[in-house]
Design a binder for this molecule. Structure first.
Ligand code: MN
Length: 231
């Protein structure tokens, strides 16, 4: 095949403990999937899960043991962190039941759903799409993927996030409103999941702003933690 210009490089995330990389297909994100976060955003109760996407090339790979730079994005005065458990899909499918979901999971990672909150809020107010608030360049930092077999207790893992060494978010994956299996069940009715899909499963309470120069550290029990500098 002859391309009109060189195709963009593949987007890929390291797989912990191997020299393999996980090639990214799509990034799905779940909105308001922890009760205390739904409350801090002005909502209550259990609503059906809803989804938005980020482009695959929004990924910022945070290699184990390193601090990676993430540029402060354009247009915003209120860039928020949202720490999330990320599920990496290894086997695709449609209409996957929650009970069968585990067989489709390649592994897990810690990710940050970076959000231009001021732009998202304005789009919400106007009933417009969230893309400009959620899907900007470098909006999806992620750490190495731990294969599922090496993270057996992820459903009860603690999930945490610090800015400059101070706790901002600390919760448990067990507090997900829609658990991992249920998220995969709902998502796979709407899209055919493919190997390489990443699912950011939602953030607990404690979201807040970061500034240039801040160091964000985030982790989940049993997974590689990440360190990201806002530049
Ligand atoms: Mn989020």
């Amino acid at each position: 095949m002859r391309f009109a210009f060189p195709p963009p490089p593949s987007i890929a995330v390291p797989v912990l403990g191997t020299d393999e990389r996980f090639p990214v297909h799509r990034i799905y994100c779940v909105g308001r999937n922890y009760e205390e976060h739904a409350k801090e955003m002005g909502f209550t109760g259990r609503e059906p899960p809803f989804f938005f996407l980020k482009p695959a090339d929004a990924i910022v790979v945070a290699e184990a043991g390193q601090t990676v730079d993430m540029p402060y994005p354009s247009l915003t005065q209120n860039l928020h962190h949202e720490v999330e458990l990320v599920v990496a899909i290894g086997r695709g499918g449609q209409n996957i039941s929650a009970a069968a979901a585990q067989a489709h999971i390649f592994g897990y990672a810690v990710g940050l759903d970076m959000t231009r909150r001021d732009l998202q809020t304005e789009m919400k107010k106007q009933g417009r799409p969230w893309c400009i608030g959620k899907a900007h360049d470098q909006s999806a930092p992620i750490g190495p993927i731990t294969p599922a077999a090496q993270a057996p207790d992820i459903a009860s893992a603690e999930l945490w996030m610090q800015v400059n060494g101070i706790d901002r978010q600390r919760s448990q994956v067990s507090k997900l409103i829609w658990n991992i299996g249920e998220v995969i069940e709902h998502l796979s009715t709407a899209w055919a999941l493919q190997p390489g899909d990443l699912i950011y499963t939602g953030t607990p309470e404690g979201v807040g702003a970061v500034c240039r120069g801040d160091i964000m550290r985030a982790g989940a029990e049993g997974l590689a933690s990440i360190s990201v500098r806002v530049t």
